[in-house]
Design a protein around this ligand. Structure first.
Ligand SMILES: Cc1cc2nc3c(=O)[nH]c(=O)nc-3n(C[C@H](O)[C@H](O)[C@H](O)COP(=O)(O)O)c2cc1C
Ligand code: SF4
Ligand code: SF4
Length: 444
């Protein structure tokens, strides 16, 4: 049986699934319930000087039947007295010594950081997560993403906490920056033991076009909030791999952003994360999703012959390179399976108007489209729009004998370097019936 035990900078948990710091970790009641259900760890709702929250505070974007495809909040940190949070943390830790219990913290002065770090440790925290990520409300007060966006300040505050901390310190990064590796490197320089990412992305959730106010509405007004949920996963994954590959970071990573299923989690582990944290999916479906997460991960590991998480953490990283290292001689073309095709012609329209006019429609008889091989550049668009699983596949058509990258093209003098260079890739794209279209439609 595969071993799901995870370790983030020495913080061990029976599985890699932690609740992210958010409403599901607001109280001892919730965290105990989650641990009873099988969660491996929890990062407590961020503690500091308790806040006053607005009502309402969430917004969401549904997409084609999926509620909360993107989720947004304007909630601040914990609105509960610190003493209540600490007392409940202590009770949770006593009942669940094997689960990871991490305190998320956000205060301002060096003295406050020292005090709250010690308080959290005394309450039994296995680690401290510094919230340098919240992009609404707290940043206007000089905390949260205001710190995460200033590497020098982030580094300084991390080093303050490290002056007193005896448990691992995790720096939680904001994605609201141009280059995520800058604050990640600063965290490493400040002495962080790990990083976690991403916190939420600054956002507006649409506008009420009858009352002229953005969502969520608070008495006729709104404000920017933090975006999360399935929609942010691609952005978060790129940031995680950027940090994992950066030689100046070299810190264990706790990955966060849009995780709903075991597969999402495996993807993040393959990108170099040591564990994952989940918020929106738990707010949507409850603590019970842990069953699918752990059994799915176990099945995957069994299928792949992995005994422990370390067998595959980071396994996708060597295959993620810069664009100029890709093989430009690799070639795929679309194939339509006529037995699966329902003749909806979505592929035809997409390729005709949005790609390379490489799909034709028979003039009469059946309406199953066909591929015009010489025009197909293998962009994947038709296979992405086709509603029938497996109906359009991308098939390799080069023989694999030659690998040439952009770097090779530059070195060997094959790279186009003038505006009308005939060595350019689009030169072969010749079958567009441009002349006949002009003849029919353009009056001269
Ligand atoms: C309503 C809400 C409140 C949140 N509060 C906190 C918080 O107090 N501290 C924190 O570090 N992150 C907070 N987050 C961010 C989450 O911990 C997490 O980083 C983010 O939601 C991305 O994960 P997800 O896509 O699984 O939701 C909050 C998120 C939501 C939706
Ligand atoms: S892969 Fe791209 S170019 Fe080829 S048929 Fe599909 S949409 Fe057209
Ligand atoms: S999108 Fe798929 S199902 Fe629809 S016509 Fe094209 S191949 Fe057939």
């Amino acid at each position: 049986m595969p071993d799901l035990t995870a370790s983030l900078a020495g913080i061990r948990s029976p599985n890699p699934f932690w609740l992210a710091s958010a409403p599901p970790t607001n109280s001892g009641y919730q965290v105990m319930k989650a641990f009873d259900a099988g969660w491996g760890g929890a990062v407590w709702k961020t503690m500091g000087i308790p806040v006053i929250n607005s009502s309402s505070r969430y917004g969401a974007i549904p997409y084609k039947g999926h509620r909360m495809m993107g989720f947004n909040n304007i909630e601040l940190i914990s609105d509960r007295p610190l003493a209540d949070n600490l007392r409940e943390m202590e009770a949770v830790k006593k009942r669940f010594p094997d689960q990871a219990l991490v305190a998320s913290l956000m205060v301002q002065s060096r003295q406050e950081w020292h005090q709250i770090a010690k308080d959290a440790e005394n309450a039994g925290a296995d680690g401290l997560e510094l919230n340098f990520g919240c992009p609404h409300g707290m940043c206007e007060r000089g905390m949260g993403s205001a710190v995460g966006q200033e590497p020098a300040i982030l580094q300084l505050i991390t080093s303050w906490v490290k002056e007193v901390a005896t448990v691992p310190v995790i720096v939680k990064l904001t994605p609201n920056v141009t280059d995520i590796t800058e604050p990640a490197v600063a965290a490493a320089r400040g002495g962080a033991d790990a990083i976690s990412l991403i916190n939420t992305i600054q956002s507006l959730m649409g506008v009420d076009i009858d009352h002229f106010v953005a969502y969520p509405v608070v008495d006729g007004r709104s404000t920017n909030g933090g975006y999360c949920g399935p929609a942010v996963k691609p952005i978060a994954q790129n940031m995680v791999r950027n940090c994992a590959q950066h030689p100046g970071v070299r810190l264990p990573i706790s990955a966060i952003g849009g995780i709903e299923t075991w597969r999402d989690a495996v993807e993040y582990l393959l990108l170099g994360a040591s564990n994952v944290q989940i918020c929106t999916a738990v707010m949507h479906y409850g603590f019970g999703i842990i069953r699918e997460l752990t059994t799915g991960l176990e099945d995957y590991m069994r299928r792949k012959g992995f005994q422990q998480l370390d067998d595959f953490i980071g396994k996708a990283l060597p295959n993620i390179v810069t664009w100029e290292q890709l093989n430009l001689r690799y070639e795929v073309k679309a194939r339509i399976d006529p037995n699966k095709c329902i003749q909806c012609q979505l592929c035809y329209t997409a390729c005709e108007d949005g790609a390379h006019q490489a799909i034709g429609l028979p003039a009469s008889g059946h309406r199953t489209p066909y591929i015009i091989e010489e025009n197909c550049v293998g962009c994947n668009l038709c296979s992405l729009v086709c509603p029938v699983e497996g109906c359009i596949t991308m098939v390799r058509t080069d023989d694999g004998a030659v690998c040439e990258t952009w770097n090779d093209y530059v070195t060997t003098g094959k790279a186009p370097d003038s505006f009308n260079d005939t060595r350019a890739g689009g030169l072969s794209h010749r079958v567009t019936p441009w002349e006949s279209y002009v003849e029919k439609n353009v009056k001269t």
